[in-house]
Design a protein around this ligand. Structure first.
Ligand SMILES: [Mn+2]
Length: 278
């Protein structure tokens, strides 16, 4: 039995199956930790969701920005972008089933894992944890969003309000929709920020492309580092799976961009990869 954190699949179904063959994944024994962005931009979002839904009891999933975007489109709250590849999934006869399942996933997952050399607590989010947040802050932010997203009466209002880059930092007296937009951006879109959590969401590229006055979130002294967690995140393919920071594990290795899909075995930190073929 082993736990594997899997990077952003983004509809690369063929490569997901190849990677799972390589690690001899056994749904009866092993657990997969999906770091979000299961779908979109890649060739086969429908088959990816069909497959993960079938083995969902062996999976821990956190939502990424593309998963949220899919939910907003599926609710007719947004129009697809030109680059989106969600058409088959949106036309699936099981669309409502997949929507409901995704709406019941969280933006944060953690578990204490028995590893070689002792136990480790792994905490997974799609984009990361901003410098000014404690573990408790992160859990409260994720729980507030999960409660709304899984609520049949509240989720449409939330999804129609997650778009936009403002507010870009915590301020007193934010209303709940503004606070949830900011916290959704922290958990699903963040790359660069200031030490007080001020976000800059325009810039992509690598760590060294940081805008003036900003830094990659994980290069700040993180409040959550005091809590001896191991952080797992995806979202930032240009890092190539490296942060060079102890206990902060980047797992998106850019499969959808032509590179590879990676799995990180939590018990022994071994990395497995499968090159993009399709
Ligand atoms: Mn992403």
């Amino acid at each position: 039995m082993a736990n594997y954190a899997i990077g952003d699949v983004q509809g690369c179904f063929f490569e997901l199956k190849g990677l799972l063959d390589e690690i001899n994944f056994d749904p009866a024994q092993d657990k997969l930790w999906f770091v979000g962005d299961l779908i979109n931009r890649g060739p086969d979002s429908l088959r990816t969701i069909e497959f993960i839904y079938k083995i969902k009891d062996s999976c821990n999933v956190v939502l990424g920005n593309h998963d949220m975007h899919f939910l907003a489109i599926a609710e007719n709250l947004r129009k697809p972008f030109k680059k989106d590849t969600l058409k088959q999934l949106l036309e699936s006869e099981n669309l409502n089933l997949y929507k409901k399942w995704l709406r019941n996933q969280s933006l944060l997952y953690y578990e204490n894992i028995q590893c070689e050399g002792g136990n480790k607590i792994y905490l997974m989010t799609h984009a990361g944890i901003p410098p000014h947040w404690s573990w408790q802050d992160a859990m409260e932010a994720a729980q507030e969003i999960k409660a709304v997203l899984s609520d049949d009466k509240l989720y449409r209002d939330y999804l129609s309000n997650i778009y936009g880059n403002l507010p870009n930092k915590s301020e007193p007296n934010l209303n709940s929709l503004d606070r949830m937009r900011l916290n959704t951006n922290y958990l699903t879109r963040m790359r660069f920020c200031k030490i007080d959590g001020e976000l800059e969401l325009e810039t992509k590229g690598t760590e060294s492309d940081k805008p003036k006055g900003f830094n990659a979130w994980f290069n700040h002294p993180l409040t959550i580092k005091n809590e001896n967690l191991h952080l797992i995140f995806g979202h930032w393919a240009a890092l190539g799976g490296k942060t060079n920071i102890e206990k902060i594990i980047a797992i998106d290795t850019g499969c959808v961009w032509g590179y590879k899909l990676s799995a990180y075995r939590l018990e022994d930190s071994k990395v497995f990869s499968y090159d993009r073929i399709t």
